[in-house]
Design a protein. Sequence first.
Lengths: 356, 262
Amino acid sequence: MGNHSDGSPNHSGTVATAGQNEVEKFQDPGLPPHRLRLADTDPVAAKRAERQVAILFGTSVIGTLVFLVAYFAIDLGDDTSIATIRTQNLLLGLGTAFAMLGIGTGIVHWAKALMPDHEVSEERHAIRTEEDRQAAVRIVDDIVDETGIKRRPLIRNTLLGAVALAPLPALAIFGDLGPRPDKALAHTMWAPEGDKLKRLTRDPDGTPIKASDVTIGSAFHVIPEGLNELHEGKLNEKAKAVVLLMRLDPNSLNPSEGRESWSYNGIVAYSKICTHVGCPVALYEQQTHHLLCPCHQSTFDLTQECKVIFGPASRPLPQLPIAVDAEGYLVATSDFREPVGPSYWERDEHERLINS
Amino acid sequence: MKALSQKRRHPLAAIALLLMGLLLTGGLYAVATTVNQAKADTTSFSASDVEQGGKLFAANCATCHGMGASGTQDGPSLVGVGAAAVDFQVGTGRMPMQMSGPQAQQKPAQFNAEQTKQLAAYVASLGAGPAIPEANLLDGKGDAANGGELFRVNCAMCHNAAAAGGALTRGKFAPALAGVSAEHIYEAMVTGPQNMPVFNDSNVTPEDKRDIITFLKTIEANGSPGGADLGSLGPVSEGLFVWVAGLGVIIAFTIWLTSRTS
């Protein structure tokens, strides 16, 4: 680049302007002066560098030996305690690390300290000539001519058709990513089967819960009856249907109109799936009656029907309407009255569908 | 047998049969029902324990909990909380509270074992509540695998999957469980201290509680299989380590690679 600091407009820059032949050529600064290293001048230093490289390669050898000894000498046998496995893993890891690092650092140190370090500049090749370009064009023309693709439209068209159709199987493959869940998102296992209401059962063993078991301050982790008997799609169903069951003083609940019968003696059941992005909301504080989502700190107030009082969630947790059956067990009187979990495009439509 | 069959038409036979049936179902129910085994557990405490406990209570606890533990504006009533709650709160030093705050902090216990027992005896005498657990439930010789599953379902969301503790709302937190005695773990489950929910015996049976204690003692004894666990806090501490130490090593290598040897 030109020197801007001399204030002379005629000598600024290397680019020639139109109609101005006075071009100041860029001066090749050349290579910086070669600076000799210690090992280049002092044979003792060279010898020392040589030993250092040898030590690094030796470290690699030791690392490999440590690996082999750890692999073969530590007998995992039948009785493998965590302590034995941990020792072996540690030695295998350290052995591999030093085996690789020893070779790598050794070569780099060798190159930096001992190998010749003259700066070399490589000259640029001339750009290809016009004849070369035209020769390439001739080759392409020859190919078009010799294949006869212009003269034989049948071949050309069938080829085009084949190439156009070949990607179609990909559609089928991507189609297997579906089907879209559609209405499956709107329903859970809590929906009664005919007249039979689903019982609330304990996670993970699936035993039913009596209303009298739920003392004040209790929190039960609940799955629907029959979930453990599912053979297919159990996790998907569980992910939608998990419920947290809690009992508080009935006077501290403030049910809105139409929801008075959804609880039983202060026992309430709410979906455990956060309405923000679907983490399990299960951090229950029995004195403040707050439910906290561990992912983004959305906080729901149980005494206000799980209204959001802090955090990014936009809707209250869906409540599961519960009652007690003839034998004293808790049952869900219906499915959730809205889709559980985070928002999705068809959610409003599904909510209307559920409540129609 | 013949005499019995002759008496079956006796006018009182129906009443006798009804009485027998009621006694049988009542007895069976009493045996089968296990909800918290709520009983005024005064059997293991002597009358002098209760008396001494009453004096200790009046001197140390009544300021907040009121005379007779009936509760004031500053502290809840303790009627019916049971001996387990006292043993937990006083035994871990949470009570008497040092100061008011989001939650009572653990600190060196202020009463010795004898005094704690006397206080527990006094509070247990006020009303039925969970008793101090039997020693055979605390031996840590249950099924650690089952305990682990129950821990992940019921406890891990607050106490962390490795029982390292975690934050709750507004300054409250679930404490780490390493170093907590089996007795205190059991009592915490059964009484639900402060904001912890209650896990009564019909929710998590005594044997399941024993399994959970076994699991906690097992992971505490085994330590972390992967070496340094960095507090078992997951991506926060692990990420910090990788960003600082891992990237630090890479930067050091690049500087070394491009530097000139002297």
